[in-house]
Design a protein around this ligand. Structure first.
Ligand code: HEM
Length: 59
């Protein structure tokens, strides 16, 4: 079970830009690719990340 901070309190005040957000997603996708994760699973992870964007970018 996840016991860390929620995404808004973890990233609030960091002034994270859209480009920075995309760069992190890019790195994550490359890591999945490198480890042979399938396309469908990569898309699933991507969509989970995007669902968190509003709590991370410019908050
Ligand atoms: C979907 C994308 C992201 C997810 C799922 C994510 C997740 C997390 C999590 C779980 C934590 C730890 C919270 C805690 O302390 O309990 C964290 C902390 C942090 N995140 Fe993110 N993050 C994302 C994007 C980003 C981006 C785009 C940046 C900056 C470019 C960023 C910078 C940081 C920093 C600096 C910390 C604090 C590290 C520390 O002081 O320990 N995150 N993030």
């Amino acid at each position: 079970m996840y016991e860390g901070k929620d995404m808004l309190s973890a990233h609030r005040g960091m002034n994270i830009s859209n480009d920075e957000f995309v760069a992190v997603l890019d790195d994550a996708m490359q890591a999945l690719e490198k480890n042979g994760i399938g396309q469908r699973e990569k898309e699933e992870v991507l969509s989970i990340f995007f669902s968190m964007k509003g709590d991370i970018v410019h908050v």
